[in-house]
Design a protein around this ligand. Structure first.
Ligand SMILES: NC(=O)c1ccc[n+]([C@@H]2O[C@H](COP(=O)([O-])OP(=O)(O)OC[C@H]3O[C@@H](n4cnc5c(N)ncnc54)[C@H](O)[C@@H]3O)[C@@H](O)[C@H]2O)c1
Length: 356
């Protein structure tokens, strides 16, 4: 992250000072570094949740920039710091512009800045929509594994919302050993459902692929249900649709009416983060005036401090932690640097002599 160059000291003499370097890592490089690494990334995400649970992190609330003239859009800042062997600080800056999809480009776009632990200097800017989707999918696969350990392993997965995040989650489930008798899809957009079906065909997904016309049918037919929509408020309110006690990965956070959460075991990534911004867990807290409906965090489940009951639906609602972006971003940076392919921007930090 630094190279040693000659810089003038205050008294005019020359001394060896570390001159921070700055690199830009493209989406193609990010994708190359993560290709086929599903198991390793899930392990990295698990280790990062444990680090965060142990308090070796700083993860302040995300900051939501919203616009009065573009109400469905937002840009979120996720600053964070992680300790452990790969200690690093940084910031993910991620836009969500749902209208992009109709224009033919993805909803989300992002950059991740990594800052050096000792000097604070930013040392890399990485394309981060892939990093973000990857850490989200890895945490979903991790949760699916841990939350289904006390019940028969799900064999019918159903996706409500079948965009880019659904594709990444499917890839991470498949890449970490899951197989399904059936992959169900329900999406308000026939194009999205068809696009997802095409992806499943292309990757040679085992099991039959079935497109469902209603969320009810899909949920009732799935023992692992993934919500990856862009719903701003609950559109699923029938508790009886979950009577078969599925494992639910509630990635889009706002699909479920609070009544469904109150009838389920609820696991989150971080309590303070998740009970904000009118997520379904936040609505459940507002409705009941308490947090008693929460079983605990995924870290507590992994540590054996929280048990997952088999006789209720279990719902994982991950707010999405900046520490995960940092961990995956640092992994990518180290891999690209190790391959000798790092694109360093020469003289990025230019004003390095205090008095000129
Ligand atoms: N929790 C996290 O850490 C995390 C991280 C990344 C993304 N996300 C969330 O994942 C969601 C999906 O992101 P994406 O990039 O795949 O978006 P996308 O726009 O590519 O896909 C969303 C899909 O959901 C469909 N949809 C919208 N409302 C629906 C409904 N009521 N029923 C069924 N389908 C519906 C849309 O037609 C679209 O195909 C977003 O809400 C995003 O905020 C969460």
């Amino acid at each position: 992250m630094t190279s040693t160059l000659s810089a003038a000291s205050a008294d005019g003499g020359a001394e060896q000072a570390p001159v921070p370097s700055f690199a830009v890592v493209s989406g193609a490089q990010v994708q190359g570094a993560l290709l086929g690494q599903e198991k390793e990334i899930v392990e990295l995400v698990e280790a990062t949740y444990r680090l965060h649970g142990a308090g070796d992190s700083v993860n302040p609330p995300s900051y939501f920039l919203r616009f009065p003239d573009r109400r469905s859009s937002r840009i979120i800042a996720l600053p964070a710091s992680i300790g452990g062997p790969g200690r690093v600080d940084g910031l993910k800056w991620i836009s969500s512009f749902p209208g992009n999809v109709a224009a033919g480009i993805p909803r989300a776009s992002a950059v991740l800045i990594l800052n050096d632990h000792d000097t604070g200097y930013p040392f890399a800017c990485l394309e981060a929509s892939i990093i973000s989707a990857t850490r989200t999918a890895a945490s979903a696969a991790l949760a699916a594994d841990w939350l289904s350990r006390s019940r028969p392993r799900p064999t019918r997965v159903g996706f409500v919302g079948s965009g880019l995040i659904a594709r990444y989650i499917h890839a991470f489930l498949a890449g970490t050993g899951w197989w399904f008798d059936e992959v169900g899809v329900h999406d308000l957009s026939a194009d999205s459902a068809a696009g997802f079906g095409g992806y499943l065909e292309q990757v040679g997904s085992v099991g039959r692929v079935r497109v469902y016309g209603s969320a009810e049918e899909l949920i009732r037919s799935s023992d692992l249900v993934v919500f990856a929509t862009i719903a701003a408020e609950p559109h699923i309110g029938e508790v009886s649709w979950f009577a078969h006690n599925p494992v639910v990965l509630h990635i889009s956070l706002r699909d479920l009416a609070p009544e469904i959460l109150l009838a389920s075991a609820n696991v989150v990534d971080d309590v303070e983060h998740c009970l904000k911004a009118n997520t379904s867990p936040h609505l459940a807290e507002q409705l009941t005036g308490s947090r008693d409906f929460l079983a605990g965090t995924l870290d507590e489940v992994m540590a054996g401090r929280v048990e997952v009951p088999a006789d209720r639906p279990v719902i994982f609602s991950p707010f999405g932690l900046g520490v995960l972006d940092l961990a995956v971003g640092k992994y990518v940076y180290d891999k690209v640097a190790g391959s000798g392919e790092l694109l360093v921007i020469e003289d990025f930090f230019h004003e390095l002599r205090r008095y000129g």
